[in-house]
Design a protein. Structure first.
Length: 264
């Protein structure tokens, strides 16, 4: 596992944006060889999205031959609903870059056939050759995408009942009214995510410190889904200093020293 520790959220976001630009440009995507990117929702990736939009504006990267997969959506929420993850990704990032709409895949929260929708999503992933870089955030309880604690580490894309912790955290997008937050969502599975060529998880703030501790220093367990990243061949965590407060000083020092000699 690679752990990149930056002083602030802004520094972490800037590094993450530059890394995505680096990975896309290294791939040299073409219509026949697109770069496939998994996108997270929530507030943590907003700084990275701003950095990516700026990189496109400056001509440092093109998204013309990038295929995007959104990783989750609330059940009962459509594409035009401002509370939905699909709406947020378009509003905060995709509309600012040269994305082709036919290259963007989202789970349909308005479906009445969950299994069919999730199977179609999995097929779309396989049809484009799989994800080159999956980007995710992590919840205070260690969830990734919307794979809540005690989710099967071998799970595929499916409908998932959300915990009270997630409902409380997401209520900030619903006027702080937890009763308005949908209780079920469609989400990419943990095993599906782990099939990506590379996984980058973003963590910011002291509220993520416990999850980060379990991700890096704890045992692999479905109690903390983020811990599965320990088994990925190319797993990366980018975080700010505030998120490292429950890591040992030895761990923090180790990763800082390793990064001094990093090539990217």
């Amino acid at each position: 596992m690679r752990v990149v520790i930056k002083p602030t959220y802004e520094d972490m976001s800037s590094w993450a944006a530059d890394y995505v630009v680096y990975r896309i440009n290294k791939h040299k995507p073409t219509p026949k060889k697109p770069f496939v990117l998994g996108l997270p929702s929530g507030s943590t990736p907003l700084g990275m999205f701003a950095g990516l939009a700026q990189a496109y504006k400056e001509g440092r990267v093109s998204f013309e031959n990038v295929i995007f997969f959104g990783t989750c959506e609330y059940v009962g929420v459509g594409a035009g609903d401002e509370h939905g993850f699909q709406y947020s990704l378009w509003d905060k990032f995709l509309k600012f870059v040269n994305v082709k709409k036919e290259h963007v895949h989202f789970l349909n929260g308005l479906t009445t056939n969950f299994s069919k929708e999730c199977a179609s999503y999995e097929k779309a992933l396989k049809d484009c050759g799989g994800v080159h870089l999956f980007i995710g955030g992590v919840g205070e309880d260690g969830h990734i995408a919307l794979n809540e604690p005690y989710s099967s580490l071998g799970s595929r894309t499916r409908a998932k009942l959300l915990t009270q912790s997630t409902l409380r955290a997401n209520s900030r997008f619903f006027g702080n009214d937890i009763s308005k937050v949908p209780t079920v969502a469609l989400t990419i599975g943990i095993e599906t995510m782990m099939e990506a060529e590379e996984v980058l998880i973003l963590a910011s703030g002291p509220q993520k410190a416990q999850a980060l501790h379990h991700a890096i220093e704890g045992s692999i367990t479905h109690v903390w889904p983020i811990s599965i990243l320990q088994q990925h061949k190319h797993g990366i965590i980018a975080c700010d200093e505030a998120a490292t407060k429950q890591l040992s000083q030895e761990t923090v020092q180790y990763f800082r020293e390793i990064e001094k000699n990093s090539f990217s």
